[in-house]
Design a protein around this ligand. Structure first.
Ligand code: SAM
Length: 343
């Protein structure tokens, strides 16, 4: 067993940074389930060395374990502690199929913080039947309220396929433009098409289909990643997506502040949980058995118990973590709930 010290990434967002060590503690504990060492990760605490905060923990990390922990959303550098005084660097080997600007360039009102998005994706993957395959690819991530694609980009970064649903056509168009421009600038082989989808003779949605590869060789070998974004109402997905397409569902519910959730009549409803209640019957069939759901929402407009009740009423099992609630700004106090599809 060794003692490790993990240096957390400095954050652009001060509000989130203040709470990062606590969130990282909960996230690191969740990584324990996927590690080779049966003892997992223990004694996680925040410690200060030379005036800098580190997350300290005990573990016996194999190379594969280090590859897992390297994906912690706030990981910056890892050290093994020697004689409690010295730090020996341990190289991190994160899943990073593309340059990091795929994730960091997009900036727009309503964007979900990218480190936080990665944290929720990680917790959901680790709670799912795909936890043991996290490093191996072949996973599909669904974000059924995808905005301009923060979750989808993180899934692509991990080498996964991604599916999004977004009601706002401007968001879908802006995402297509960003992705196409980025892929062209990086000289990566791809195709991107936005086409109408008809249901019972009427236009029901638009579908953005992107195929991309990380290199020319990958493209030649057919090792491509697929991304689909439907411009549609997430509560009316009948027939638009195949059942069991996704291994995990990760989404940030509308905050009920600046941008609400659209109801059937096109009006704005303030409670994201009304939307969740109506959407769950549409979302669940899209998840494979063993799949997991990770949701974040604004505690100021909807209590945690109510969010959990909706998931439990739909037959899901809540996966417990250390507290993950945190303040985003005056109007938003965000929390996370992760649940597993059982049976
Ligand atoms: C909190 S934002 C998600 C932001 C996203 N994670 C990002 O970083 O771009 C919630 C999104 O849900 C979308 N939305 C609200 N109601 C919807 C509905 N009924 N169907 C599909 N999308 C909906 C909103 O347009 C908004 O883009």
């Amino acid at each position: 067993m060794s003692r490790y010290a993990l240096l957390l990434a400095p954050y652009a967002n001060r509000v989130y940074a203040d709470q990062a060590p606590r969130l990282a503690t909960a996230e690191l504990a969740a990584f324990g389930v996927a590690l080779d060492g049966s003892a997992g990760i223990s004694d996680i605490s925040v410690m200060s060395l030379g005036g800098v905060d580190y997350l300290s923990f005990d573990a016996s990390l194999s190379a594969r374990d280090i590859a897992y922990v390297s994906n912690l959303s706030s990981a910056y550098a890892l050290f093994e502690r020697v004689d409690d005084e010295l730090l020996r660097p341990v190289g991190l080997t994160p899943l990073a199929r593309y340059d990091s600007d795929l994730i960091t360039i997009p900036k727009y009102a309503g964007k979900t913080n990218e480190q936080f998005t990665k944290l929720v994706l990680n917790l959901t993957l680790l709670a799912s039947g795909s936890a043991s395959r996290m490093l191996d690819g072949g996973i599909t991530v669904l974000d059924p309220l995808c905005g301009r694609g923060t979750t989808l980009n993180q899934a692509l970064m991990y080498g996964y396929d991604a599916i999004g649903v977004e009601i706002d056509g401007k968001d879908v168009e802006a995402y297509k433009l960003f992705l196409q421009t980025w892929l062209k600038r990086k000289r990566l082989k791809h195709s991107a098409d936005l086409v109408p989808v008809r249901r019972q003779g009427r236009r029901a949605a638009r579908r953005l289909e992107v195929t991309m590869a990380a290199s020319k060789d990958d493209h030649k070998a057919g090792a491509v990643q697929k991304l689909v974004v439907l411009q549609a109402d997430t509560t009316q997905l009948d027939g638009l997506l195949r059942g069991g397409v996704a291994d995990v569902l990760v989404t940030d519910l509308p905050y009920g502040v600046a941008h609400g959730s659209y109801d059937d009549g096109g009006g704005i409803s303030r409670s994201p949980l009304d939307l969740l209640e109506r959407a769950m019957p549409q979302w669940l069939p899209l998840l494979r058995p063993g799949g997991a759901i990770g949701l974040s929402w604004n505690l100021k407009v909807a209590k945690r118990e109510l969010a959990e009740d909706i998931l439990i009423a739909n037959g899901l099992e809540i996966v417990r973590h250390e507290p993950l609630d945190h303040r985003v700004d005056q109007g938003i106090e965000r929390d996370v709930v992760v649940a597993r599809k059982v049976g």
